[in-house]
Design a protein around this ligand. Structure first.
Ligand SMILES: NC(=O)c1ccc[n+]([C@@H]2O[C@H](COP(=O)([O-])OP(=O)(O)OC[C@H]3O[C@@H](n4cnc5c(N)ncnc54)[C@H](O)[C@@H]3O)[C@@H](O)[C@H]2O)c1
Length: 361
Protein backbone atom coordinates (compact mmCIF):
# COMPACT_ATOMS: atom_id res chain seq x y z
CA UNK A 1 0.00 0.00 0.00
CA UNK A 2 1.14 3.54 -0.76
CA UNK A 3 2.70 5.33 2.21
CA UNK A 4 0.93 8.69 2.46
CA UNK A 5 0.95 11.56 4.94
CA UNK A 6 -1.77 14.19 4.73
CA UNK A 7 -1.20 17.88 5.28
CA UNK A 8 -4.50 18.97 6.79
CA UNK A 9 -5.38 22.51 5.76
CA UNK A 10 -9.11 22.33 5.08
CA UNK A 11 -9.80 23.04 1.41
CA UNK A 12 -6.05 23.29 0.78
CA UNK A 13 -5.23 19.84 2.22
CA UNK A 14 -3.03 17.52 0.19
CA UNK A 15 -1.25 14.19 0.35
CA UNK A 16 2.50 13.58 0.47
CA UNK A 17 3.30 10.19 -1.03
CA UNK A 18 6.51 8.34 -0.15
CA UNK A 19 8.28 5.47 -1.91
CA UNK A 20 11.53 4.62 -3.61
CA UNK A 21 9.80 4.99 -6.98
CA UNK A 22 6.49 6.79 -7.59
CA UNK A 23 6.49 6.78 -11.39
CA UNK A 24 3.18 4.89 -11.52
CA UNK A 25 1.47 7.31 -9.14
CA UNK A 26 2.71 10.46 -10.91
CA UNK A 27 1.70 9.02 -14.29
CA UNK A 28 -1.77 8.19 -12.96
CA UNK A 29 -2.14 11.77 -11.72
CA UNK A 30 -1.07 13.17 -15.10
CA UNK A 31 -3.50 10.85 -16.87
CA UNK A 32 -6.34 11.78 -14.52
CA UNK A 33 -5.78 15.46 -15.29
CA UNK A 34 -5.65 14.71 -19.01
CA UNK A 35 -8.87 12.70 -18.80
CA UNK A 36 -10.54 15.73 -17.25
CA UNK A 37 -9.31 17.87 -20.20
CA UNK A 38 -6.89 19.72 -17.94
CA UNK A 39 -3.60 20.73 -19.51
CA UNK A 40 -0.38 19.77 -17.77
CA UNK A 41 2.94 21.65 -17.99
CA UNK A 42 6.26 20.59 -16.52
CA UNK A 43 9.01 22.80 -15.15
CA UNK A 44 12.40 21.26 -14.40
CA UNK A 45 16.07 22.21 -14.60
CA UNK A 46 18.76 21.20 -17.07
CA UNK A 47 20.50 18.70 -14.77
CA UNK A 48 17.29 16.88 -13.90
CA UNK A 49 16.14 16.98 -17.52
CA UNK A 50 19.41 15.34 -18.59
CA UNK A 51 19.91 12.84 -15.79
CA UNK A 52 16.26 11.81 -15.56
CA UNK A 53 15.34 12.15 -19.25
CA UNK A 54 13.89 8.65 -19.54
CA UNK A 55 11.85 9.01 -16.33
CA UNK A 56 10.46 12.38 -17.38
CA UNK A 57 9.43 10.97 -20.76
CA UNK A 58 7.71 8.04 -19.04
CA UNK A 59 5.83 10.26 -16.58
CA UNK A 60 4.83 13.17 -18.75
CA UNK A 61 4.98 11.89 -22.34
CA UNK A 62 4.62 14.84 -24.68
CA UNK A 63 3.40 17.34 -22.10
CA UNK A 64 5.09 20.71 -22.69
CA UNK A 65 8.10 21.24 -20.48
CA UNK A 66 10.31 24.20 -19.67
CA UNK A 67 13.91 23.59 -18.68
CA UNK A 68 15.52 26.31 -16.55
CA UNK A 69 19.25 26.63 -15.83
CA UNK A 70 20.25 24.77 -12.65
CA UNK A 71 21.08 26.63 -9.45
CA UNK A 72 19.96 29.43 -7.21
CA UNK A 73 20.33 32.06 -9.93
CA UNK A 74 17.19 30.70 -11.58
CA UNK A 75 15.14 31.85 -8.59
CA UNK A 76 14.93 35.27 -10.24
CA UNK A 77 12.28 37.65 -11.50
CA UNK A 78 13.63 37.14 -15.02
CA UNK A 79 13.23 33.36 -14.85
CA UNK A 80 9.78 33.75 -13.28
CA UNK A 81 8.81 35.78 -16.35
CA UNK A 82 10.03 32.97 -18.60
CA UNK A 83 7.93 30.41 -16.73
CA UNK A 84 4.82 32.61 -16.87
CA UNK A 85 5.29 33.24 -20.62
CA UNK A 86 5.77 29.52 -21.15
CA UNK A 87 2.48 28.71 -19.37
CA UNK A 88 0.68 31.35 -21.44
CA UNK A 89 2.30 30.19 -24.71
CA UNK A 90 1.20 26.63 -23.96
CA UNK A 91 -2.34 27.87 -23.52
CA UNK A 92 -2.86 26.70 -19.94
CA UNK A 93 -6.22 27.91 -18.67
CA UNK A 94 -7.34 28.04 -15.07
CA UNK A 95 -7.93 24.30 -15.02
CA UNK A 96 -4.27 23.67 -15.95
CA UNK A 97 -1.72 22.15 -13.61
CA UNK A 98 2.02 22.63 -13.26
CA UNK A 99 4.42 19.88 -12.20
CA UNK A 100 7.60 21.14 -10.51
CA UNK A 101 10.21 18.41 -10.97
CA UNK A 102 13.52 19.23 -9.32
CA UNK A 103 15.13 20.71 -6.26
CA UNK A 104 14.03 23.62 -4.12
CA UNK A 105 14.89 26.11 -6.83
CA UNK A 106 12.49 24.59 -9.34
CA UNK A 107 9.85 24.04 -6.65
CA UNK A 108 9.96 27.62 -5.38
CA UNK A 109 10.07 29.11 -8.89
CA UNK A 110 7.41 26.94 -10.53
CA UNK A 111 5.28 27.15 -7.38
CA UNK A 112 5.35 30.94 -7.49
CA UNK A 113 4.54 30.90 -11.22
CA UNK A 114 1.56 28.61 -10.43
CA UNK A 115 0.51 30.97 -7.63
CA UNK A 116 0.48 34.01 -9.89
CA UNK A 117 -0.46 32.68 -13.34
CA UNK A 118 -4.14 33.54 -13.94
CA UNK A 119 -4.17 34.41 -10.21
CA UNK A 120 -3.42 30.82 -9.32
CA UNK A 121 -3.44 27.38 -10.91
CA UNK A 122 -2.82 23.99 -9.34
CA UNK A 123 0.66 22.56 -9.02
CA UNK A 124 2.29 19.35 -7.88
CA UNK A 125 5.72 18.90 -6.36
CA UNK A 126 8.02 16.09 -7.49
CA UNK A 127 11.15 16.84 -5.44
CA UNK A 128 14.42 15.34 -6.65
CA UNK A 129 16.92 16.65 -4.06
CA UNK A 130 17.12 15.69 -0.40
CA UNK A 131 16.58 19.32 0.57
CA UNK A 132 13.37 19.53 -1.46
CA UNK A 133 12.14 16.19 -0.09
CA UNK A 134 12.60 17.08 3.57
CA UNK A 135 11.66 20.72 3.40
CA UNK A 136 10.88 22.92 0.39
CA UNK A 137 8.30 20.74 -1.39
CA UNK A 138 5.99 20.79 1.64
CA UNK A 139 4.24 23.82 3.10
CA UNK A 140 3.42 26.02 0.13
CA UNK A 141 6.07 28.71 0.44
CA UNK A 142 6.99 29.77 -3.07
CA UNK A 143 9.07 32.64 -4.37
CA UNK A 144 12.11 34.17 -5.99
CA UNK A 145 15.07 36.25 -4.83
CA UNK A 146 15.45 39.98 -5.43
CA UNK A 147 18.72 41.90 -5.61
CA UNK A 148 17.98 43.14 -2.09
CA UNK A 149 17.69 39.67 -0.62
CA UNK A 150 16.53 36.09 -0.56
CA UNK A 151 12.91 35.08 -1.17
CA UNK A 152 11.74 38.70 -1.08
CA UNK A 153 8.95 38.12 -3.64
CA UNK A 154 6.66 35.15 -3.23
CA UNK A 155 3.34 33.71 -2.21
CA UNK A 156 1.83 31.05 -0.01
CA UNK A 157 0.41 28.54 -2.46
CA UNK A 158 -0.04 24.95 -1.33
CA UNK A 159 0.61 22.19 -3.83
CA UNK A 160 -2.20 19.73 -4.66
CA UNK A 161 0.10 16.81 -4.01
CA UNK A 162 3.73 15.93 -3.30
CA UNK A 163 5.44 12.81 -4.66
CA UNK A 164 8.60 11.96 -2.73
CA UNK A 165 10.50 9.23 -4.57
CA UNK A 166 13.81 8.71 -2.77
CA UNK A 167 15.19 6.77 -5.75
CA UNK A 168 15.94 10.17 -7.33
CA UNK A 169 18.67 10.65 -4.73
CA UNK A 170 20.90 7.91 -6.16
CA UNK A 171 22.40 10.28 -8.72
CA UNK A 172 22.41 13.39 -6.55
CA UNK A 173 25.98 14.79 -6.20
CA UNK A 174 27.40 14.24 -2.67
CA UNK A 175 27.71 17.98 -2.06
CA UNK A 176 23.98 18.42 -2.76
CA UNK A 177 23.12 15.48 -0.50
CA UNK A 178 25.13 17.11 2.28
CA UNK A 179 23.31 20.42 1.69
CA UNK A 180 20.00 18.63 2.17
CA UNK A 181 21.30 17.18 5.42
CA UNK A 182 21.53 20.72 6.78
CA UNK A 183 17.72 20.95 6.68
CA UNK A 184 17.44 17.48 8.22
CA UNK A 185 19.72 18.53 11.10
CA UNK A 186 17.69 21.74 11.40
CA UNK A 187 14.46 19.74 11.75
CA UNK A 188 16.03 17.51 14.38
CA UNK A 189 17.36 20.48 16.35
CA UNK A 190 14.11 22.40 16.39
CA UNK A 191 11.73 19.60 17.16
CA UNK A 192 12.95 16.02 17.28
CA UNK A 193 15.67 15.04 19.73
CA UNK A 194 15.33 11.37 18.77
CA UNK A 195 16.24 12.24 15.19
CA UNK A 196 19.14 14.33 16.48
CA UNK A 197 20.36 11.40 18.57
CA UNK A 198 20.10 9.14 15.56
CA UNK A 199 22.21 11.51 13.42
CA UNK A 200 24.67 11.82 16.28
CA UNK A 201 25.10 8.05 16.57
CA UNK A 202 25.96 7.66 12.87
CA UNK A 203 25.93 10.16 10.01
CA UNK A 204 23.30 9.53 7.37
CA UNK A 205 24.41 8.72 3.83
CA UNK A 206 22.75 7.92 0.49
CA UNK A 207 21.75 4.27 0.42
CA UNK A 208 21.33 4.23 4.21
CA UNK A 209 18.31 2.22 5.30
CA UNK A 210 17.38 5.05 7.69
CA UNK A 211 16.97 7.54 4.84
CA UNK A 212 13.30 6.89 4.00
CA UNK A 213 12.38 7.04 7.70
CA UNK A 214 14.32 10.29 8.12
CA UNK A 215 12.63 11.98 5.15
CA UNK A 216 9.23 10.98 6.51
CA UNK A 217 10.03 12.24 10.02
CA UNK A 218 11.09 15.64 8.62
CA UNK A 219 7.94 15.91 6.47
CA UNK A 220 5.79 14.93 9.45
CA UNK A 221 7.37 17.62 11.60
CA UNK A 222 7.00 20.25 8.89
CA UNK A 223 3.40 19.23 8.15
CA UNK A 224 2.46 19.64 11.83
CA UNK A 225 4.03 23.10 12.03
CA UNK A 226 2.38 24.20 8.77
CA UNK A 227 -1.03 22.88 9.85
CA UNK A 228 -0.81 24.86 13.08
CA UNK A 229 0.46 28.08 11.50
CA UNK A 230 0.08 28.00 7.72
CA UNK A 231 1.04 31.64 7.13
CA UNK A 232 3.69 31.98 9.82
CA UNK A 233 1.65 34.35 11.94
CA UNK A 234 1.95 32.68 15.35
CA UNK A 235 3.72 35.00 17.78
CA UNK A 236 5.36 32.43 20.00
CA UNK A 237 6.93 30.13 17.44
CA UNK A 238 4.89 27.97 15.08
CA UNK A 239 6.08 27.77 11.51
CA UNK A 240 8.76 30.40 12.13
CA UNK A 241 10.80 27.78 14.00
CA UNK A 242 11.61 26.26 10.60
CA UNK A 243 13.81 29.31 10.04
CA UNK A 244 16.35 28.06 12.57
CA UNK A 245 19.78 29.00 11.17
CA UNK A 246 18.24 30.88 8.26
CA UNK A 247 18.66 34.51 9.38
CA UNK A 248 22.40 33.86 9.50
CA UNK A 249 22.31 31.58 6.43
CA UNK A 250 20.43 33.99 4.17
CA UNK A 251 22.89 36.76 5.06
CA UNK A 252 25.83 34.52 4.08
CA UNK A 253 24.15 33.64 0.77
CA UNK A 254 23.43 37.24 -0.01
CA UNK A 255 26.84 38.62 0.90
CA UNK A 256 28.80 35.93 -0.95
CA UNK A 257 26.54 35.99 -4.02
CA UNK A 258 24.09 33.18 -4.67
CA UNK A 259 25.84 29.95 -5.51
CA UNK A 260 29.11 30.40 -3.57
CA UNK A 261 27.61 28.56 -0.64
CA UNK A 262 24.80 26.17 -1.49
CA UNK A 263 21.68 27.12 0.46
CA UNK A 264 22.15 24.12 2.75
CA UNK A 265 25.80 24.96 3.36
CA UNK A 266 24.88 28.50 4.40
CA UNK A 267 22.18 27.07 6.67
CA UNK A 268 24.75 24.69 8.19
CA UNK A 269 26.95 27.61 9.27
CA UNK A 270 23.72 29.34 10.34
CA UNK A 271 22.79 26.41 12.61
CA UNK A 272 26.18 26.59 14.32
CA UNK A 273 25.77 30.36 14.64
CA UNK A 274 22.27 29.93 16.12
CA UNK A 275 23.67 27.42 18.63
CA UNK A 276 26.41 29.88 19.62
CA UNK A 277 23.85 32.67 19.97
CA UNK A 278 21.76 30.40 22.20
CA UNK A 279 24.84 29.80 24.35
CA UNK A 280 25.45 33.55 24.61
CA UNK A 281 21.84 34.02 25.73
CA UNK A 282 22.35 31.40 28.42
CA UNK A 283 19.88 28.93 26.91
CA UNK A 284 22.22 26.00 26.21
CA UNK A 285 25.75 25.10 27.27
CA UNK A 286 29.10 24.80 25.51
CA UNK A 287 28.68 21.00 25.36
CA UNK A 288 25.48 21.38 23.30
CA UNK A 289 27.19 23.77 20.88
CA UNK A 290 29.97 21.22 20.42
CA UNK A 291 27.39 18.48 19.74
CA UNK A 292 25.67 20.62 17.08
CA UNK A 293 29.01 21.34 15.41
CA UNK A 294 30.01 17.67 15.50
CA UNK A 295 26.79 16.55 13.81
CA UNK A 296 27.02 19.32 11.19
CA UNK A 297 30.69 18.53 10.50
CA UNK A 298 30.15 14.77 10.36
CA UNK A 299 27.72 15.33 7.49
CA UNK A 300 30.41 17.09 5.42
CA UNK A 301 28.99 20.54 6.08
CA UNK A 302 30.82 23.71 7.12
CA UNK A 303 30.56 24.83 10.75
CA UNK A 304 32.30 28.15 10.09
CA UNK A 305 32.69 30.55 7.19
CA UNK A 306 35.16 29.29 4.60
CA UNK A 307 36.72 32.73 4.24
CA UNK A 308 36.15 35.68 6.55
CA UNK A 309 33.35 38.06 5.54
CA UNK A 310 32.78 41.66 6.60
CA UNK A 311 30.50 41.85 9.65
CA UNK A 312 28.99 45.13 8.45
CA UNK A 313 27.87 43.55 5.19
CA UNK A 314 26.36 40.56 7.01
CA UNK A 315 24.55 42.79 9.52
CA UNK A 316 23.20 44.93 6.66
CA UNK A 317 22.00 41.80 4.83
CA UNK A 318 20.27 40.63 8.01
CA UNK A 319 18.46 43.95 8.27
CA UNK A 320 16.96 43.25 4.83
CA UNK A 321 15.68 39.86 5.92
CA UNK A 322 11.94 39.86 5.43
CA UNK A 323 11.51 38.61 8.99
CA UNK A 324 12.86 41.89 10.35
CA UNK A 325 10.05 43.99 11.81
CA UNK A 326 10.35 47.63 12.88
CA UNK A 327 14.12 47.32 12.64
CA UNK A 328 14.19 44.36 15.04
CA UNK A 329 15.59 41.07 13.88
CA UNK A 330 13.95 37.82 14.68
CA UNK A 331 16.12 34.89 15.68
CA UNK A 332 15.26 31.28 16.25
CA UNK A 333 17.24 30.01 19.20
CA UNK A 334 17.75 26.63 20.83
CA UNK A 335 16.41 25.95 24.30
CA UNK A 336 17.68 22.38 24.06
CA UNK A 337 18.79 20.03 21.29
CA UNK A 338 15.28 19.32 19.98
CA UNK A 339 13.46 22.46 21.15
CA UNK A 340 13.56 25.95 19.65
CA UNK A 341 11.98 29.34 20.36
CA UNK A 342 11.64 32.77 18.73
CA UNK A 343 13.51 35.76 20.16
CA UNK A 344 13.11 39.36 19.06
CA UNK A 345 15.19 40.98 21.79
CA UNK A 346 18.70 39.93 20.79
CA UNK A 347 21.23 42.77 21.19
CA UNK A 348 23.10 43.42 17.90
CA UNK A 349 26.42 43.20 19.80
CA UNK A 350 25.70 39.53 20.58
CA UNK A 351 24.98 38.83 16.91
CA UNK A 352 28.23 40.52 15.90
CA UNK A 353 30.11 38.47 18.47
CA UNK A 354 28.61 35.30 16.99
CA UNK A 355 29.68 36.35 13.49
CA UNK A 356 33.24 36.72 14.81
CA UNK A 357 33.07 33.28 16.43
CA UNK A 358 32.08 31.61 13.15
CA UNK A 359 34.95 33.19 11.28
CA UNK A 360 34.35 36.84 10.48
CA UNK A 361 37.33 39.15 10.32
N1 LIG B 1 9.90 26.78 -0.04
C1 LIG B 1 10.46 26.39 1.07
O1 LIG B 1 9.81 26.15 2.08
C2 LIG B 1 11.96 26.19 1.11
C3 LIG B 1 12.55 25.53 2.19
C4 LIG B 1 13.92 25.31 2.17
C5 LIG B 1 14.67 25.74 1.09
N2 LIG B 1 14.07 26.39 0.07
C6 LIG B 1 14.84 26.83 -1.12
O2 LIG B 1 15.33 25.69 -1.80
C7 LIG B 1 16.43 26.10 -2.59
C8 LIG B 1 17.53 25.07 -2.53
O3 LIG B 1 17.04 23.85 -3.03
P1 LIG B 1 18.04 22.67 -3.46
O4 LIG B 1 19.10 22.53 -2.46
O5 LIG B 1 17.20 21.51 -3.80
O6 LIG B 1 18.77 23.30 -4.74
P2 LIG B 1 18.56 23.14 -6.31
O7 LIG B 1 17.15 23.11 -6.69
O8 LIG B 1 19.44 24.16 -6.92
O9 LIG B 1 19.17 21.69 -6.64
C9 LIG B 1 20.51 21.43 -6.34
C10 LIG B 1 21.27 20.87 -7.54
O10 LIG B 1 20.96 19.49 -7.70
C11 LIG B 1 20.58 19.22 -9.06
N3 LIG B 1 19.65 18.11 -9.00
C12 LIG B 1 18.36 18.13 -8.62
N4 LIG B 1 17.86 16.88 -8.54
C13 LIG B 1 18.86 16.05 -8.91
C14 LIG B 1 18.95 14.63 -9.01
N5 LIG B 1 17.94 13.84 -8.66
N6 LIG B 1 20.12 14.10 -9.42
C15 LIG B 1 21.18 14.92 -9.71
N7 LIG B 1 21.16 16.26 -9.62
C16 LIG B 1 20.00 16.82 -9.20
C17 LIG B 1 20.03 20.52 -9.55
O11 LIG B 1 20.09 20.62 -10.95
C18 LIG B 1 20.95 21.54 -8.88
O12 LIG B 1 22.13 21.66 -9.61
C19 LIG B 1 16.86 27.45 -2.07
O13 LIG B 1 16.51 28.45 -2.98
C20 LIG B 1 16.06 27.62 -0.80
O14 LIG B 1 15.78 28.97 -0.52
C21 LIG B 1 12.74 26.61 0.06
Amino acid sequence: MLDTLNVNLGARSYPIHFAEDLSGEVKLQVEALGAASRRVAVVTDRNVATIQAATLQRLFGNAPSLIVPPGEESKSVAELGRVLDFLADEGLDRSGAVFAVGGGVVGDLAGFAAASYLRGVDYYQVPTTLLAMVDSSVGGKTGVNLKAGKNLAGAFHQPRGVFIATGFLKLLPPREFAAGMAEVIKSALLGDRLLFGDLERAPLAVGDLRLAWTVRVCCGLKARLVEADERELAEGGGRALLNLGHTFGHAIEQVTGYGTYLHGEAVAVGLCAAARLSLRLGLIGQAEVARVERVVGSHFLPTRLRVPLAIDALMAAMAHDKKARAGRLRFIVLEALGAAAVRRDVPPAEVEAVWREVGCA
